[in-house]
Ligand binder design. Structure first.
Ligand code: NAG
Ligand code: NAG
Length: 404
């Protein structure tokens, strides 16, 4: 995942940590053989516990540039805000006793104080899906290393998780597999207490709660917006046109046919976006990444077109790593700038207006929120690009619907 992007690091939008993300993903994508996928899928189908849907209100996290779900853990339920990440499959929160934890806004969870907390034994089949399973047989330990360098270790439990929204009341789901992290390294912090793994693996809440989920974000900059929502289960809002997904490990791959700037279709060979037999290439939808990443053969035409359109509008400042930046204010100076449209297989469009395609990088400076993917030609569709869309995943039908 690329969950952790500090706003103050916007200036380094395209630095090494982001590229590491892609490198990690590339490696994992290559490691995953079809046999392993088949195995994981069989395991996934076997654990659907419930067909009722659960909902959560979602709020923007501008510090790390992602969205957080509000869920309550344990009995009595303690609310926590955790970052939604479609690129990883373990959900966790920090817990006592902490060996090393980041400072979080809410008190750190203390499992013995919850009446519904149970250790997940190592013998549980789901434990074998935990990343880097280690430690004594009495409990299922996990260790995660995210693309941005954040490391997390702890153990898996089963726990009652309570989801609620402002208008839908309360749903409690017993015995969800949930991680308790006792040692976290990296630069997470602020309002969040952990990560909600919405990836495709068996440990993911998505697969424990049916096979559908949807989320709808407003603007990442609008902290008051109250209609952000995450729904996991049959109530997921699957509407609008859909495009096929291919699951590789935790990741949701889609096919991209073309990119348009306004009416102009850019000259990019569709071959550029195909997954190769080596496992490179391909497009992953990733709510844990802030930016969108394109391989050079797509990035260059996009950048060139944007630079030529900007000529008359604002002054070019240069690049921050790969992202072109400009003097100006997005709202004020880009009135009339064309929409950039990504067209996925089946003609499904994701249209990026200036607020989804650019990101502020200072009071009078902004940068393209699309960066160069220099590793393995992977494309990531990040969270800025997904603003103001309802994105719904149906893992039984292998589709994602994208509705603006
Ligand atoms: C999260 O939900 C709890 C329980 O409903 C509520 O008290 C709290 O204010 C919510 N937090 C946010 C940031 O929405
Ligand atoms: C990326 O794609 C280009 C062709 O578009 C190819 O020449 C290059 O070798 C690829 N790089 C990797 C790392 O696969």
């Amino acid at each position: 995942m690329a969950v952790v992007f500090n706003l103050f690091f916007l200036a380094s939008l395209c630095y090494a940590s982001l590229l590491d993300t892609i490198a990690d993903r590339a490696r994992r994508a290559i490691d995953s053989s079809n046999a392993r996928l088949d195995y994981i899928w069989k395991e996934i189908q076997g654990v659907s516990l419930d067909t009722d849907d659960v909902r959560s209100s979602v709020s923007a996290e501008t510090k790390h540039q992602g969205f957080m779900a509000n869920i309550s853990i344990g009995s009595p339920p303690i609310p926590h805000l955790i970052i939604m990440d479609t690129g990883s499959s373990v959900s966790w929160t920090e817990c006592q006793p902490c060996i090393h934890c980041f400072t979080q806004a809410l008190p750190i969870f203390n499992p013995p104080q919850s009446a519904t907390y149970r250790l997940l034994p190592c013998s549980s089949p789901i434990c074998h899906q935990a990343p880097s399973m280690i430690g004594p047989a009495s409990r299922c330990e996990f260790e995660l290393r995210y693309g941005d360098g954040t490391t997390v270790s702890g153990y898996l439990s089963t726990e009652k998780i309570t989801f609620e929204t402002s208008d839908e009341g309360i749903t409690s789901v017993p015995n969800l597999v949930f991680g308790y992290a006792t040692n976290v390294g990296g630069n997470l912090g602020g309002q969040t207490s952990g990560v909600l793994g919405l990836g495709a693996k068996m440990t993911s809440l998505v697969n424990q709660q049916g096979s559908k989920f949807s989320y709808c974000f407003g603007s990442i900059w609008d902290l008051q917006y109250s209609h952000n929502q995450l729904i996991i289960g049959d109530g997921a809002v699957i509407e609008g046109p859909s495009t096929p997904i291919t699951i590789v490990g935790s990741y949701y791959y889609v096919s991209l046919d073309s990119i348009r700037v306004g009416e102009k279709k850019l000259d990019i060979s569709p071959q550029v976006f195909k997954v190769t037999k080596e496992g490179t290439g391909g497009i992953v939808i990733d709510s844990g990444a802030t930016l969108t990443y394109l391989p050079k053969a797509a990035f260059d035409p996009v950048k060139d077109e944007v630079l030529s359109l900007m000529d008359d509008l604002v002054q070019y400042v240069g690049t921050l790593s790969s992202c072109p930046c400009f003097w100006g204010v997005i709202d004020r100076d880009l009135v009339g700038f064309p929409v950039v449209t990504f067209t996925f297989a089946n003609g499904v469009d994701l249209a990026l207006d200036v607020k989804s395609f650019f990101t502020p990088a200072g009071p009078h400076k902004f940068c393209m929120a699309v960066a160069l993917s220099t590793v393995a030609n992977l494309t990531l569709i990040g969270v800025l690009a997904q603003q103001s869309y309802n994105i719904a995943y149906d893992l039984a039908r292998n589709i994602v619907s994208i509705h603006g």
